[in-house]
Structures are given as C-alpha cells and as structure tokens.
Design a binder for this molecule. Sequence first.
Ligand SMILES: Cc1cc2nc3c(=O)[nH]c(=O)nc-3n(C[C@H](O)[C@H](O)[C@H](O)COP(=O)(O)OP(=O)(O)OC[C@H]3O[C@@H](n4cnc5c(N)ncnc54)[C@H](O)[C@@H]3O)c2cc1C
Length: 478
Amino acid sequence: MQPEIGTPIIQLPRRVYDGFGFATRSVSMFARPQSGAEVQQLMLNAQREGYTVALRGSGRSYGDAAMNGGNLVLDMTGMRRVIAWDPATGVIDVEPGVTIEDVWRLCLKDGWWPAVVPGTMFPTIGGCLAMNIHGKNHFRLGGTGDHVIEADFVTPAGEQLLLSRTENADFFHAAISGFGMLGTFTRIRLQLKRVESGRLSVEQIPARNLDEQFDYFEAHGADSDYLVSWVDCIASGSGLGRGQIHRALYLHADQDPEGVPMLDPARQDLPGTILGVPRGVVGSVLGLFNFNLGMQLVNTGKYFASVLSPRAAYKQPHVAFHFLLDYVPTWRNAYQPGGFIQYQPFIPKETARQAFKDILRLNQARGLVSYLGVMKRYRADNFLLSHALDGYSMAMDFPITASNREALWKMCYEMNEIVLAAGGKFYPAKDALMRPQDFQRGWGQQKIAAFRALRQRADPNRVLRSDLAVRIGLDEAR
Ligand SMILES: Cc1cc2nc3c(=O)[nH]c(=O)nc-3n(C[C@H](O)[C@H](O)[C@H](O)COP(=O)(O)OP(=O)(O)OC[C@H]3O[C@@H](n4cnc5c(N)ncnc54)[C@H](O)[C@@H]3O)c2cc1C
C-alpha cells in the first residue's frame, strides 16, 4: 500500500538501491509520487524534516546517480502515463516515468521510432533527459535533448516552469544534462523520428586495428544512420583496438516491403533462444567465459569470423539492433559477486585516436583489460553539462573482485589523467569514479559556475542531492 504523502520521511519504507553495475549500494527511504503536486509536497516535507531528495527513474545508471544514502529517493516510475500521442506528426507528451519501451511499443505501428535510444529500452524518459542520453546515431541526430520540444518542470523552490528553447531557455539547456540536480521533469513533449520499415539495413565491417576503426568512422559519418564498433581490448601490437564496426541505414518502404508489417511491435520481439541457448540462462553461460583467457578466445573467434566470412548487408528489426542485451536479462549476473564498472570517456576527435591507444596499452600493462569495448561517434551539443563533444567515446566494462579492486581504481585514475589531458570528459550515467578535480577539469569552471547559479535559484536550500553529486563536489563552492 502507498504510504500517505504526509507521512514523516523517517517513517517511509526503506530500500537498498544499487547502481546497474552493482558496484555502489546504499539504503534510503523511498516514495513513489503520482503527480507533480506530490513531488513538490514530498520535497517540502523532506526540507522541513532535514532530509535531502534524489530522483530515480528505472535505475539504469551504472553508478550512484540515482542514489541518496540515508535520505529520500523519489521513484518516478509512479508517473507513467502517456498524456497525448499524435500519429500524424510523431509528437508525444509523456509523464517522466514512461519508458523508451512504452514509447516504441505505442508508436512504431504508426511509423515512428524514438529519434535517440540507448542500448536498453528500460530507462524512463525523465532519466534519459537528466543524462541527455545518446544512441548509436549521436553524430547525426545528437542526444535525446535535441528532440525535446518542451517540458514542464518543478523546482524544490516551488517554481513551475515551462522549458523550451525559447521559454526559460537557460533551465531547458541545464536541466537536460543536469542529472536531476535542478528539479523534476513532470511532462515531456518529444518529437519522434519517421520510419517506414520495421527493420534497418545492417553491415558488419572488420577493422584490423584502432586506426582502421577511426578511418571508417571519419569516412562514413555522412552516409550512415547508425555507427557503433565493438573493440577487442585484448589484442595488442599491430592489432591494437581491432574489432568490428556495425553500420545501419533506415529503409524506405519500397526498399523493404516485407519490413513494413514488422512495424507491428509484436513482430519486433526476439525469439526465446540466442544461438540455441535459452535467453534466461545466457547470463550464466557468459559467466563461464568471464576470465581473461575465456574472453581472449571469444574476442579472437569473433574477430576472425568477421574477417574470414564477411556478411553481406542484412536486415535487422529495430529492437534487435538497439536492445539485444535486454533479451539476456541475466547478463550482468556474469559479473557477480563483485559487480563491475563501466568506464566511458568522451574525447575530442583530434586527440581520441592517441588517447584510446594509450588507454588500451595501459590496461594491458596493468593486466586489467575490459572484456568488451564499444566505440561511438558524437557531435557537440548545447546542453550545459552534457557529456557529448565533437569526438568519440569508448565504453569498457571492468569486473570488480576483492583482489583487483584497489588496482582497478588506481588504474582508472591513471586513465582519468589520459582523458583529461586529451581534453575529454566522462559520462555521469556510467560513472562511479569521478572526483571533484576530474569534474572541474572535464567541464571547466565556467560551465560549473553557470550550473551552480541556476541551482542557487532552483534549490537554494539544497534539497536535491545524489551520491554522485556529493562525490563530484557539485556544491563544493556553495
Ligand atoms: C544495458 C545498458 C545500456 C545503456 N546504454 C546506453 C547508451 O547507449 N547510451 C546512453 O546514453 N546511456 C546508456 N545507458 C545509461 C542509461 O541510458 C542512463 O543511465 C539513463 O539515464 C537511465 O535512465 P533511468 O530512467 O534508469 O534513470 P536513473 O538511472 O534512475 O536516473 C538517472 C538520472 O536521472 C535523474 N532523474 C530521474 N527521473 C527524473 C525526473 N523526472 N526529472 C529529473 N531528473 C530525473 C536521476 O536523478 C538521475 O540523476 C545504458 C544503461 C544500461 C543499463
């Protein structure tokens, strides 16, 4: 049963929250508001009783962005109504707890797809805006914020603001990317992307090393709709950074008549087995390979398979292309019991090539190598604390064990130095390690000062707080 909104914070139910990587964990009181008015009331109660508040969507951030140890967490999935959908224009109005999955399941049959989707369909739209998430097409269409027409927003100070590029434009550009530290989105109007087929045309291109990966991305940005690359982080020497690039293109109805009925969401779902293994146990099977030699075999096999038997372009449903991991619900259990961190630096295009090589060599020298690397291309955007820049990211997953934890953290700080010296920054949605000095160098004093000034107006009593915000020293210079 839902507790009364007026219940003293200390008497609210408690829950252990963790980040998606299991590496961070804390206990908080929680409430699940059903409206903007309830959010405001809970903020007021918290402030009166001396507690701070963090907002939480689906909890898909890898680190501590949606955690608030010892204080209150507002679970925004209680606000999950679609307010309006116009299949003629592709404009949708949603509450912030509506998920990416809710949107595509409703809109695909009408020929619309979210312009930007992450690698999982479970995040909420509110959580996606707070992080200004990216997809495999950032270099073409930007982040999710670029497709927001307007939003309703409430601040802890009690202001109800309409945000758009012309109304409260400073808040619009700061709340999107502001990791929930200025207030709460309560309604979001999004423009979706027209699609004529339920499938994409996908090509897999082998790359013999990191230089070939970069050359391909630079040559094919203009004629690709999506680009993403798998990086073998274990290969060394002349094969350093080798891998496989996936390039995808939208299909017109006349190019793929059989794909038109696949706009039916029921025809997007994947079969119950992957390579003959039931989906539910794929995570445990992956666990068997989760050691250096095992992953070396997997990576080498995957790379040579793509070189020796190159596939012609094939057609793949949108869901399979974007959300394959969601169909292996237990995959992250392969990293149990210690969990894992995802390290994802963003580096300008001029320096990324060398920096990624330095990072891979450092990992190999330290004997702490990611089992999977994923490279993507970005363009710069106008959102104040956005992670995106005109350059590249490489996401790497590192398992945590009792014996490697100290060495892993030390190596990550060494990587931070490489990233920052190259003019790069980190992704708050993935981060578990950024320190105040890293945040300041990554974003620069000017942007952080501008954000703090907006925060002073929106939340003068510092009701909003997350473990991430404390860790990176957001309020240090208060
Ligand atoms: C398997 C996997 C793949 C992923 N792939 C990608 C990817 O390709 N690209 C990418 O960019 N990200 C990716 N992510 C990260 C994910 O998209 C982000 O962490 C996203 O923010 C998660 O949304 P959420 O609803 O789970 O929010 P949470 O993780 O719960 O919260 C994220 C932030 O949103 C804030 N917030 C939540 N609701 C509101 C609200 N109503 N108003 C204001 N602030 C709010 C929270 O305070 C927090 O700071 C991936 C994550 C996973 C697990």
